[in-house]
Design a binder for this molecule. Structure first.
Ligand code: FAD
Length: 286
């Protein structure tokens, strides 16, 4: 079923994002993760796609693995940067033949070390171009990424919203946010979207805050703020990872409860293929 339909029908629920495993051990970990999280009857599950085509085959394999779970709605991510239309359509034809009805349409990032990458030299410059290709199929429900604190390349929140509107106007059906740790950014994003007459479901993307040092590195790349009080609290326990994780999980539970209290009833989890942490959080918010 198309995710935009699921989001209309089910007012409350969670969705899970996985990444494609590279090894046999990783494949076992992924199937264990899916088995354990399936009990929450997710709205849908999604599989990330390597930037610059790094893990295209791994994504396709992992998507096929998810399709074995007949009760799951599966959404592959697809990036378009550096791709030509012929290759993108080949991938989409394959997904359509497998019965996939949902795609997360992303631009992706340039290959590492190519700071002078020419974004407009290929068939696809932005995610909005990929949304347009997807809509030609008249088959896929299309998700796009949105950024509570603005995308790192955006010169201002206004510009960020201007380009977000372009990708929504191209036909996006729903959006998932970049991670954020301060809910006020999410609610401000919703306000900005409303002011710009952008109306589509926006699932808050939640990354459990468990290893503060790792999340700090990732957050710096994505321009995501980690509130100082929780950073300091967790850093106190840098030599006690179990306690640090517990503090982080408690923080994420509170963050989700606050989202729910303020109207966000559908939450997307970046699982990092770690079921125990996600289980602890979902059990904590029920
Ligand atoms: P776009 O929407 O194209 O925006 C990119 C930048 O270009 C923004 O700064 C935007 O403001 C600007 N822009 C857009 N249109 C125009 C225009 N017409 N003119 C000028 N500027 C413009 N990456 C992966 O590689 N694989 C994944 O699976 C993956 N999954 C993700 C899931 C989520 C929920 C999120 C939030 C991100 C994910 N990413 C993934 C990361 C994403 O690819 C990067 O954030 C990337 O830098 C931007 O992708 P986008 O689709 O948001 O790009």
């Amino acid at each position: 079923m198309k995710i935009n339909e699921i989001l209309k029908r089910r007012e409350k629920g969670v969705s899970f994002e996985f990444y494609p495993p590279k090894t046999q051990k990783g494949r076992l970990a992924l199937s264990n993760t899916v088995d354990l999280l399936n009990k929450y009857n997710p709205l849908y599950v999604s599989m990330t796609y390597g930037a610059g085509g790094g893990s295209q085959e791994q994504t396709k394999d992992a998507v096929s693995m998810l399709l074995d779970y007949k009760d799951l709605e599966v959404m592959p991510h697809l990036t378009c940067i550096g791709s030509c239309e012929k290759d993108i359509k080949k991938i989409l034809d394959g997904y359509k033949a497998q019965g996939i009805e949902n795609i997360m349409a992303l631009r992706g990032d340039p290959p590492a070390g190519q700071s002078d990458f020419n974004f407009i030299a290929k068939d696809y410059s932005y995610a909005s171009d990929l949304v347009r290709t997807l809509k030609q199929y008249n088959h896929f429900s299309v998700g796009v990424a949105v950024y509570p604190e603005g995308h790192i390349e955006s010169s201002s929140l206004e510009k960020d919203m201007e380009f977000t509107k372009k990708k929504v106007d191209a036909g996006a059906d729903f959006a998932v946010t970049q991670m954020f740790f301060d809910n006020s950014y999410y609610f401000s994003l919703l306000e900005r979207m409303k002011k710009n007459a952008i109306s589509l479901p926006v699932l808050p993307g939640i990354l459990p805050l468990t290893d503060v040092e790792k999340v700090k590195q990732f957050a710096a790349i994505c321009r995501t703020t980690i509130p100082l009080d929780i950073t300091m609290k967790m850093e106190e326990f840098r030599h006690n990872p179990a306690e640090m994780e517990k503090i982080g999980i408690d923080y994420t539970i509170k963050q989700c409860l606050d989202l729910i209290k303020n109207g966000a009833k559908q939450i997307h989890f970046f699982t990092l293929n770690k079921p125990d942490i996600i289980t602890a959080i979902i059990d904590g918010i029920q």
